[in-house]
Design a protein around this ligand. Structure first.
Ligand SMILES: Nc1ncnc2c1ncn2[C@@H]1O[C@H](COP(=O)(O)OP(=O)(O)O)[C@@H](O)[C@H]1O
Ligand SMILES: Nc1ccn([C@H]2C[C@H](O)[C@@H](COP(=O)(O)OP(=O)(O)O)O2)c(=O)n1
Length: 228
């Protein structure tokens, strides 16, 4: 697998970092770009969600960061990086469904704020990125996980657009409830010591409020081409 230059010379080691808040379109755009270029895809949010699922299942006290830290190394995560069918499992259990549920969504900011959790997952993310050929999405990819990425995109969208998109995905949910939940998570996610919602100085900010998914993907492909 390798990104092909127009001249036909294979470029290996391509890393695209995609950061931004919930509902900005990171997963959809990252998968679209990875598919278009034959790259792998890594959803780091799914890794924080998977650890959170395990912590909840184990009954760890979420108000005790020391306890979360003490057990952070225990769960074994397996991430599948095919952009057409990404997978996430914990200790052999497929958790793709449950990690999107309200219990995990409600707890993930607290778990992902624990430094031991972040240290562990950043190391695993770097190991998966390895020699590259991958689109990686999350909150701190351009700043912490892959600061040497060829392209860093910071996706944004208005709070209304983000909430509308999420509400459309979740049956029985309202735009107001989604907007409140996203505001809560943005606040929690950006008030910890190392703000994972900070944009890298060399990232390209792309506001997707009035762009459809194809337009977002096309713009990112253009930015990659410009750099290769
Ligand atoms: N540019 C866009 N315009 C309209 N809807 C979009 C756009 N990008 C993504 N979506 C939709 O919004 C929802 C959230 O997108 P997602 O890629 O999961 O965002 P994130 O990974 O940033 O949370 C999905 O249902 C997706 O299909
Ligand atoms: N690299 C990352 C990715 C996600 N997180 C945290 C912040 C988010 O609230 C949760 C879940 O991330 P995820 O990308 O799945 O969230 P959304 O699907 O965008 O709502 O994990 C993080 O701290 N660092």
């Amino acid at each position: 697998m390798g990104f092909q230059r127009e001249q036909g010379e294979a470029v290996t080691g391509l890393v695209v970092a995609m950061d931004g808040p919930s509902g900005s379109g990171k997963s959809s755009a990252s998968r679209g770009v990875a598919k278009a270029l034959g790259l792998r895809y890594l959803d780091t949010g799914a890794m924080y969600r998977a650890i959170t699922w395990w912590v909840l299942r184990e009954g760890v006290d979420l108000t005790d960061p020391g306890m979360i830290a003490a057990r952070a190394g225990e769960p074994v995560l397996e991430m599948g990086t095919d952009p057409g069918a990404p997978t996430v499992a914990v200790g052999g259990v497929d958790v793709a469904g449950p990690i999107r549920g309200p219990e995990v969504t409600g707890a993930v900011s607290a778990v992902s704020a624990v430094p031991e959790v972040r240290r562990r997952l950043v190391a695993e993310q770097r190991a998966i990125i390895g020699a590259g050929d991958i689109v990686v999405e999350g909150r701190d990819i351009g700043t912490v996980v892959a600061p040497d990425a060829l392209l860093k995109v910071y996706l944004t969208a208005s709070a209304e657009a983000r909430a509308l998109r999420r509400a459309a995905e979740i049956a029985g949910s309202s735009v107001e409830a989604q907007q409140a939940d996203m505001a809560r998570r943005d606040r929690l996610d950006s008030t910890r010591t190392a703000d994972p919602l900070a944009m890298a100085a060399d990232a390209v900010e792309l506001d997707t409020t009035v762009l459809n998914l194809d337009e977002v993907i096309a713009e990112i492909l253009r930015l990659i081409k410009e750099r290769t």
